[in-house]
Design a binder for this molecule. Structure first.
Ligand SMILES: NC(=O)C1=CN([C@@H]2O[C@H](COP(=O)(O)OP(=O)(O)OC[C@H]3O[C@@H](n4cnc5c(N)ncnc54)[C@H](O)[C@@H]3O)[C@@H](O)[C@H]2O)C=CC1
Ligand SMILES: NCC(=O)COP(=O)(O)O
Length: 329
């Protein structure tokens, strides 16, 4: 059974959850929602449950809901910081159920990073928060996966200036190892994963003429990874890395900063793109888009990416279970 967090209650999460249930309630994958039942009731039939084990019997006729009431009314398009703790509690509860083996995976609805910030919560999104909750801080890797492209931002939610300072050989090596393992174990790639690494500078630095990061940081990382037996190409100029021909030559592209990775996947596969967190002891996926406050409450939200996230979570969980049965740790 998958668990789905409520996300920001003023965004499109409730609407796309209801639409996803309508699309999936006959054939699955089945999920239980962790949130305020009243929030979802406008979009689908709901049935509160007290134990996740009850969810399977409910999913065919209603969304099973593990109730987590909001403190402030959820007004579409008008996020309210008072609901921040409930948004975070939904994520905590989902992770806890997955860590205890009761949920097969956690799927998260979008949150506004800004709305949940407080003295106690300074994560720039789910990804590093999930790693902390799972007891593996710093081991999280963000991947955006679609039918024809998988991208991994090596530096993530940080100002571009700071991203350049954060980039180092060790970070690229560590990220690539996690990606290779995730592709083999969770995505079930049968052949050794083919990774490619984007350059940072125009024309991948043009031999140092347009920047030295390729020579000083990226090439040394690629050499370490190749010495470990990984299939890694690069650094390749980012401007031609996402053409159809180029995409056919790799299983995942490591990108040096957030937008280098997310612009191509959202342009090519906004509807089917899924955000996956690698490096965790649990499976977590999410739609690739955000809270879409601008259209919340208008009935216009497209549930495709959430449906894709639910399908992918179920597939990754099956693959990981099969891999752990074949190679018990
Ligand atoms: N996984 C997560 O929790 C994510 C959260 N965010 C957060 O979401 C908030 C808004 O971010 P934006 O950059 O505005 O991105 P956004 O993805 O929320 O919206 C960008 C544009 O795409 C449209 N859009 C997004 N999803 C759609 C859907 N399912 N159906 C139809 N149209 C859709 C929106 O209406 C908007 O015009 C920010 O606070 C950001 O941090 C952004 C990405 C992922
Ligand atoms: N740009 C991706 C994004 O904002 C999702 O981040 P996270 O909440 O999954 O860490």
């Amino acid at each position: 059974m998958l668990v789905l967090t409520q996300g920001d209650p003023s965004g499109i999460g409730p609407e796309i959850t209801g639409k996803s249930w309508h699309a999936l309630h006959k054939g699955g994958p089945a999920f239980a929602w962790i949130g305020d039942p009243g929030l979802l009731a406008a979009h689908a039939p709901v049935q509160p449950i007290h134990d996740l084990a009850q969810a399977g019997a409910v999913f065919g006729h209603a969304v099973p809901v593990l109730p987590l009431p909001l403190v402030a009314p959820a007004i579409p398009g008008k996020p309210d910081r008072r609901n921040g703790p409930a948004i975070l509690d939904s994520i905590r509860m989902g992770v806890d159920l997955a860590l205890r083996g009761q949920a097969s995976a956690v799927v998260t609805n979008p949150i506004s990073k800004d709305v949940v910030q407080s003295a106690d919560f300074t994560h720039p999104g789910h990804t590093s928060f999930l790693a902390e909750l799972c007891g593996v801080p710093g081991q999280d890797v963000m991947m955006l996966a679609g039918p024809s492209l998988r991208v991994v931002p090596v530096t993530v939610h940080v100002a571009l200036r700071k991203a350049l300072d954060q980039l180092n050989t060790e970070l690229i090596v560590r990220t690539a190892r996690t990606v290779a393992r995730g592709l083999a174990r969770d995505f079930g790639l049968l052949a050794p994963p083919r990774l490619t690494v984007a350059g940072l500078n125009p024309h991948a630095g043009e031999g140092g003429l347009m920047g030295r990061e390729e020579l000083d940081i990226i090439i040394p990382a690629i050499e370490i990874l190749r010495a470990e037996g990984l299939d890694v190409t690069g650094p390749l100029p980012a401007d031609t890395l996402f053409t159809p021909q180029a995409r056919s030559r790799y299983d995942a592209a490591l990108c040096m900063y957030h937008d280098q990775a997310l612009i191509p996947i959202k342009t090519l596969e906004m509807d089917e793109g899924v955000n996956v967190t690698l490096g965790l002891p649990i499976i977590r996926t999410s739609p690739d888009h955000g809270t879409a406050f601008d259209i919340a409450g208008q009935g216009k939200a497209d549930p495709s990416s959430l449906c894709a996230a639910l399908h992918l979570a179920a597939r990754l969980a099956d693959n990981r279970r099969a891999a752990s049965t074949a190679h018990p740790v």
